[in-house]
Design a protein around this ligand. Sequence first.
Ligand code: NAP
Length: 279
Amino acid sequence: MATVIDGKALAAKVKEQVRREAAELPRRPGLAVIIVGDDPASRVYVNSKRKDCEECGFVSEEFALPASTKQEDLLALVGELNCREDMDGILVQLPLPRGLDERAVLLAINPAKDVDCFHPYNVGQLTIGEPVFQPCTPGGVMEMLKEYHIDPAGKKCVVLGRSNIVGKPMALLLLHAHGTVTICHSRTPDLAAECAEADILVSAVGKTGLITADMVKKGAVVIDVAMNRDDAGKLCGDVRYDEVAAKASYITPVPGGVGPMTRAMLMRNTLTAAKNHQR
Ligand code: NAP
């Protein structure tokens, strides 16, 4: 039976370390969170970010704008926050309502305050192996591997999904950690065959029950990034947990796995931004 990778416990440990380091700075780190419209999932995420900031002793300021907000007004707010000395990080909660240009908004954020690590400058730094910030979700996965002494070096790593937020940066981090990385996506002809090769399998697709035990190599490390809802509305991942846990060596649960680590990494990035800013 697989060892369960406890993301909740590790996230608490990371946040406690962040809190301690933040307390030593001359000024409390500040995170500005912009939410546009009334998407309920986005509201939940923003609330939990506020709570994380409180736990870490950060100042958090929320800007809740109506869905009718014009592009130029949103850009003007980002511009103001770029200049605010007390705000070290700026986060625009995605997705933005239709009609707003997500890419233009992310480009407008000062890369030094881009704690989500979405700006092309930061993506470039990550690509060349000199990241200013860790992309939160993949960075959280790497922290989990480290905590459980799972070294990707020389291992066959298979990443399912190629989004800019999860799949691509995940593959890059595993590559930088000397894994041999395969990226799969919706056009991969034989997903099961690719998965069966994996020593470390990271699934970030968003399809409940996609990964069955017969797709997983015995003793593999299985990381489930997905946050799906099953028919009963319960949070679940891509992986059929019980059957895969019986075959894997390590596995992340959903909830309580990657999700809390993503939040903790955002706090760590905000601390990094504050340190760089106050240097
Ligand atoms: P996304 O942008 O929708 O990307 C999904 C990826 O899965 C795409 O690359 C897609 O391929 C691929 N895919 C779709 N069907 C597939 C199949 N049958 N076989 C193989 N690949 C397939 O989603 P995302 O933003 O990366 O998020 C992925 C999942 O992670 C979601 O469940 C999301 O909720 C979750 N998530 C969790 C966290 C966290 O903190 N735990 C953070 C972010 C996201 P194509 O590129 O070919 O379309």
